[in-house]
Design a protein around this ligand. Structure first.
Ligand code: ASP
Length: 335
């Protein structure tokens, strides 16, 4: 295996065209580029896909612009409850957390669950207790406060509505444009091992301890070297019902579809039947990658990917062989 690839996404939802300014695009570009470069550097040094996706997600969780970690949306009760998952396609090991609070990097906690808990999926207070036991970094509530998320929440907090973070339009003049989303990463390393990771604050104004698709293995996140690594974003309830990411894997394994066709089937045929809004990114063990977001009106999907090869080993890649697919080429804005 010689080709290695990382693709990340920054969420799906609805944003008004007038809010897509140059500043907004620049902020997206910078945040995504830093994350993809961080993950790519791991792969370039011969590192494992699982470490690359984790490293990319940590960068996005630390960026207040994205709905994950620091920039997570507000629940009905006005707090942040975060979900995350990570999975290795090489071993089928997985770790996930749901409804965790004050954890700086939920993807680190999910990784700890995978490696050191003897379990796959921890939630709520128990997950927080495990975070403390493992020495995972916690932050006070103030760390997670952002005015634009607060304004998004104010717009719907007195209703029973809940919304994708991109989809809440507010009158805030301070941060009118900064509606960024759930984050995900998929990667294929030089050994042909693949991995997926996804992290989110979920949906604005969610209640009753609602958990979305993100931490559910096979729905929002899945990886299997035999088929693909997938990270989803969108209205989680429908991705859960569609078992979306595992379905892509099944279409590849049992029907012999390639990555692109399998993702197209799930995103553009199966999910619309459930009125599911969103998209996904994927890689296979040959380093091929694909993204798919519904072509229905009202969607924003942001991704960037980086691929290099062929090479004989770490550090032997000529720059002419390196391909950077820029955010500008792949920001999908459909209004
Ligand atoms: N899928 C996430 C959830 O339902 C939200 C998102 O992708 O923005 O929690």
């Amino acid at each position: 295996m010689s080709k290695f690839t990382i693709v990340i996404h920054g969420g799906a939802g609805t944003i008004l065209r007038e809010h897509m300014t140059g500043d907004l695009e620049a902020a997206y570009t910078e945040g995504l580029k830093t994350a993809v470069d961080t993950g790519f550097a791991v792969l370039e040094q011969g590192g494992a896909a699982i470490n690359a996706v984790k490293a990319a997600i940590v960068v996005l969780e630390d960026n207040i612009l994205f709905n994950a970690g620091r920039g997570s949306v507000f629940t009905k009760k006005g707090v942040q409850e975060m979900d995350a998952a990570i999975m290795s396609g090489a071993t089928l090991e997985a770790g996930a957390v749901a409804g965790v609070r004050n954890v700086r990097n939920p993807i680190m906690l999910a990784t700890e669950v995978m490696l050191h808990s003897n379990h796959v999926f921890l939630s709520g207070k128990g997950a927080n207790d495990f975070a403390i036991k493992q020495g995972i970094k916690l932050e006070p509530d103030e760390y997670f406060f952002s005015q634009f998320r607060y304004d998004q929440w104010q717009a719907i907090r007195h209703s029973d509505d809940y919304a994708l973070d991109h989809s809440v339009q507010t009158n805030s003049n301070e941060f009118p444009d900064k509606k960024f989303g759930t984050v995900g990463a998929v990667a294929c390393d030089i050994n042909g091992n693949i991995a997926a990771a996804t992290s989110t604050g979920g949906m604005t104004n969610k209640k009753y301890g609602r958990i979305g698709d993100t931490p559910i293995i096979g729905s929002g996140t899945y990886a299997n070297n035999k088929t693909c690594a997938i990270s989803c974003t969108g209205h989680g309830e429908m991705f859960i019902r569609a078992v979306a990411s595992y379905d892509v894997s099944c279409l590849m394994e049992y029907k012999g579809m390639n990555l692109e066709d399998a993702m197209n089937e799930v995103v553009n045929v199966k999910l619309p039947k459930l009125e599911g809004e969103g998209g996904m990114i994927g890689v296979d063990a040959d380093g091929n990658w694909s993204l798919n977001v519904q072509s229905a009106p009202g969607g924003l999907f942001i991704e960037t990917g980086r691929q290099a090869g062929p090479c004989d080993g770490p550090g032997e890649i000529g720059s002419s062989q390196r391909r950077l697919r820029s955010v500008e080429e792949h920001v999908g804005l459909r209004l």
